[in-house]
Ligand binder design. Structure first.
Ligand code: CTP
Ligand code: ZN
Length: 143
């Protein structure tokens, strides 16, 4: 059994669907952060069979975790302080997402004006549908 120790300060993303760990690593920009990161792939889990876990030793406020809810609801965010879990932060679908996904409509203004931010708004909470703020195109990007 592979063991990764507990962290002192930072956060643990737990119950990540197996295989999505690396994608989350890049979506959160962890590759650009100068802090300690552990990615555990295919950890055994009672509930999911297999899961991924990411442990990050840095201030959680440095990151925008909005994208996590869009990727999967099962992910839990554990905030750790002085070696103890301080808080389990619930994931909520953000009303608006900036530069997380790109609009695929070739006629969209964001396809022409390259410097515009790609902004999507939550159009349907139940169905988890996001639409482009500029052209209303439904997001088709798999996260
Ligand atoms: N963890 C850690 N460092 C700490 C405390 C916890 O890395 N100082 C990790 C644990 O290894 C675990 C995750 O944070 O992967 C969640 O910890 P905990 O809430 O104790 O586990 P569970 O009770 O199994 O969580 P849940 O109820 O969310 O399934
Ligand atoms: Zn668009």
């Amino acid at each position: 059994m592979l063991n990764v120790g507990k962290i002192e300060e930072g956060f643990v993303l737990d119950h990540i669907p197996a295989g999505k760990g690396m994608s989350i690593y890049y979506h959160l920009g962890l590759d650009k952060l100068d802090c300690m990161v552990a990615i555990i792939k295919n950890a055994r889990s009672g509930k999911l069979g297999k899961k991924d876990i990411i442990k990050v030793e840095c201030d959680i406020n440095l990151l925008n975790l909005d994208v996590l809810a869009v990727i999967d609801h099962t992910i839990t965010v554990n905030v750790v302080k002085d070696g103890e879990i301080l808080e389990k932060r619930p994931l909520v679908l953000p009303k608006e997402l900036k530069d997380v996904m790109r609009c695929k409509n070739p006629r969209c203004i964001t396809s022409i004006e390259q410097e515009l931010p790609h902004i999507f708004y939550l159009a349907d909470q139940e169905k988890e549908v996001y639409r482009c703020k500029y052209c209303d195109e439904k997001n088709s990007e798999k996260m």
